[in-house]
Write a protein that binds this ligand. Structure first.
Ligand SMILES: [Zn+2]
Length: 219
């Protein structure tokens, strides 16, 4: 289901464009709203969430899928932690479907899926590893890198139970927006993938916007 946001980009307190192949590591505080914009369409934003208070508590694909009874993420999805707590809620989405089953690209996966010579190509997992290495202040290590959300990616499950990487449903300017239900560390790899036809072999930038928590109603 596609739903539009009522938030005005001109009122966002934070705005940043992230090129393909780069990462974004940032804390989004409880009550704030994060929007990810697919600037040129069919990009993949490979995303991990951790509790800012206790980074040992992290996003859980299995708990999120089980509780909502759906393998795709969209408007209304409560993004759950491995302790069953709501981390964020998707409040607006103009794409309609986001994957959390397909996993992130890695040099190993590129080798298996595409070719041995792809082994040295930059992959999402490398960007995450670089992020945690360059920012020890977040308290994350290699062992914290687990299953993720692929915002904007369309990965249908076939009737035989297999996974297919289908053409994206996203398009230039489409976005997904979520409200933080707890303060979260957000780690996004804007996918550098050059082998997967999903993005027409052309990885492109995404934009991140954050809005402050709505002011409490005046007494
Ligand atoms: Zn990737």
């Amino acid at each position: 289901m596609n739903t539009e946001s009522t938030l005005n980009p001109a009122q966002a307190m934070y705005r940043q464009t992230v090129p393909a192949g780069d990462y974004w590591l940032h804390i989004v505080k409880r009550g704030e709203t994060l929007r990810i914009v697919d600037l040129e369409g069919n990009q993949a934003a490979d995303t991990l969430f951790f509790s800012a208070e206790n980074p040992g508590e992290r996003y859980s694909a299995t708990d999120t899928i089980r509780e909502q009874g759906n393998i795709f993420l969209g408007t209304g999805t409560r993004i759950l932690s491995d302790e069953g707590n709501a981390m964020l809620t998707i409040t607006a989405d103009t794409v309609g479907r986001h994957d959390t089953v397909g996993g992130a690209c890695s040099t190993e996966a590129n080798t298996v899926r595409y070719d041995l010579e792809k082994r040295t190509m930059h992959a999402c997992r490398d960007s995450w590893m670089l992020a945690v290495a360059e920012h020890p202040e977040f308290g994350l290590t290699k062992r914290d890198i687990t299953h993720n959300i692929n915002f904007f990616m369309n990965v249908p499950v076939t009737s035989e139970g297999g996974l297919t990487f289908a053409d994206g449903l996203s398009a230039p300017g489409k976005y997904v927006e979520m409200r933080a239900e707890m303060s979260v560390i957000v780690l996004i790899s804007n996918c550098p993938q050059l082998n997967n036809p999903c993005n027409a072999y052309n990885p492109t930038p995404v934009e991140l916007l954050i809005w402050d928590a709505p002011a409490m109603a005046e007494a």
